[in-house]
Design a protein around this ligand. Structure first.
Ligand code: SF4
Length: 497
């Protein structure tokens, strides 16, 4: 679909485009600012406006505020949807948010009217649908009423609204972050090779020439972050080493990393290493993790089908996944996560069922069921790959949930992404006591995070009067990071002082 949007509120154009994408692939999207029109004007104008190209359709938007009432309308292909609501008595930011919400809902009505489709998450386009659920609870609703309200207001399917209800119920049993607690994230932006769907800001390890200078820069930044935490009076909550693939480092470099992390950030409430790629996990690295009290590790198969692993360039086998998992258990890891992806290129629901059956035999402590998203920086995007059919992906996501429940795991965190197959979601499931605090903190944005390393983003959560979040991103390029690590430490200091 190619769309020319005429709107009196062009500042919301990106959000309107997100709503259109719930219903159609949008190849081209142009915006023209207009004076406020009435819906009637818009319907007439549709036949006279000149779009940029012959195959471009014109979408008209009208918005007015008269006598304490907002009126919004959208017109496309001769059909119009309208909504109205009382102008809220609120501050500028809330007014803007509610105005945008009214417009998005009106456009959603029109798209649904034209296509007859109901997307699984209704009109929601954000990555954190739990936010709205918490908003409803804060307004005094029971969890059941909050789920019903999301269905009524945003057309979220009952299945997804109930998933949110169950997730929030688990999150409410976890220790909430105190105002003076912060998480620490350490980024290792290297991997052995690069998977076709990967978009992490880093690089293939190659001969490893960058590792030494990178770790030197990273250690200096970690030391500065540890000083900053002490001076600003923050105590450590969750500690997470991610990437890339941290275990892609050599055994010596990996042990040196853990030693430094342990010195800088002692006694975390939870310590995770996203080992990830099974072909990078060795007995020595597992023993080093035990030595430095890592409690939670990931051994990520993504799929247990070797033909898919080859097709996406993961460069390991399902046998290596089994081996790495058993090795981790033999080294006494009692909290092992596994990640799978629904909708990998060429996979059918039967292939996904095979993956889930193998995982069922391993009985991990937590399982994250991702849905394939084709991100802009991935090879799949560059190759112009298409997302798999939505129905098949929906089936796989359901199978993932059933497999998790079968293992005694319950859903505890969720997020969505853009360009996601079947407009589904990523969900983390865990056995009681194995929900990862860091995952919840980062997705719900409830805890401050001091993040070190290339591509890492520090975040400070202010809760004094109202919730406010400020961020300090590190540069993503490894070479650039090595040169500018001191500047990154300075950015964090400015954020946390
Ligand atoms: S293993 Fe993970 S980090 Fe490495 S290339 Fe694949 S998706 Fe990216």
């Amino acid at each position: 679909m190619k769309i020319l949007l005429h709107s009196p509120l062009p500042r919301f154009a990106n959000e309107f485009c997100d709503v259109l994408k719930l219903f159609w692939p949008v190849e081209d999207f142009a915006v023209e600012a207009t004076a406020p029109l009435t819906a009637e004007d818009a319907a007439k104008a549709q036949y006279t406006a000149t779009p940029a190209t012959a195959d471009m359709e014109v979408l008209y938007h009208t918005f007015s505020e008269v006598n304490g009432l907002w009126r919004c309308g959208f017109t496309l292909r001769g059909q119009t949807a309208e909504r109205a609501q009382e102008t809220p008595d609120a501050g500028a930011l809330t007014r803007k948010r509610l105005m945008k919400r009214l417009c998005k809902l009106t456009l959603y009505d029109l798209c649904k009217q034209l296509t007859g489709k109901q997307p699984p998450w209704g009109s929601l386009t954000g990555i954190r649908p739990t936010r709205l659920f918490y908003e409803k609870l804060a307004g005094g609703m029971s969890p059941e009423d909050a789920a019903r309200a999301l269905t009524a207001e945003f057309d979220v399917t009952e299945e997804k609204a109930d998933l949110l209800r169950r997730i929030v119920a688990v999150q409410q049993t976890l220790p909430a972050p105190a105002a003076n607690e912060a998480d620490v994230y350490v980024s290792i932006p290297f991997c052995r090779t690069r998977c076709a769907y990967c978009s992490f800001p880093g690089e293939a390890l190659g001969k490893g020439g960058q590792v030494e200078p990178y770790l030197a820069a990273l250690f200096a930044e970690m030391e500065a972050a540890a000083r900053l935490m002490r001076e600003a009076g923050f105590s450590l909550r969750a500690l997470y080493i991610g990437g890339g693939t941290p275990t892609a480092l050599s055994e010596e470099a990996f042990a040196a990393l853990l030693e430094h992390v342990a010195v800088c950030f002692p006694s975390p409430l939870e310590f995770t290493v996203e080992a990830g790629r099974p072909d990078t996990i060795t007995r020595e690295k597992l023993r080093a993790m035990r030595r430095y009290s890592v409690g939670r590790v990931s051994v990520n198969p993504q799929t247990m089908n070797d033909f898919t692993l080859r097709a996406v360039g993961r460069d390991h086998t399902s046998a290596q996944t089994l081996e790495a998992f058993h090795l981790a258990r033999a080294e006494c890891f009692t909290d092992i996560n596994m990640d799978v992806i629904a909708g990998l290129p060429g996979e059918t629901p039967a292939d996904f069922a095979h993956t889930l059956a193998r995982i069922d035999e391993l009985r991990p402590d937590s399982l994250t069921v991702h849905t394939l998203a084709i991100k802009r920086s991935s090879r799949l995007h560059l190759e112009g790959a298409a997302l798999p059919p939505g129905d098949a992906v929906a089936d796989m996501v359901r199978m993932g949930e059933e497999a998790a429940l079968q293992l005694g795991l319950t859903p505890y965190y969720l997020y969505r992404q853009k360009y996601m197959a079947g407009q589904q979601q990523n969900v983390g499931y865990a056995r009681p006591g194995a929900a990862c605090l860091y995952n919840v903190d980062i997705m719900e944005e409830t805890a401050s995070i001091l993040a070190c390393g290339a591509g890492a983003i520090s975040k400070r959560v202010f809760t004094e009067r109202s919730l406010r979040i400020e961020r300090a991103p590190n540069v993503s390029d490894v070479g650039e990071y090595i040169r500018r690590a001191a500047e990154m430490a300075g950015r964090k200091a400015a954020l946390f002082s």
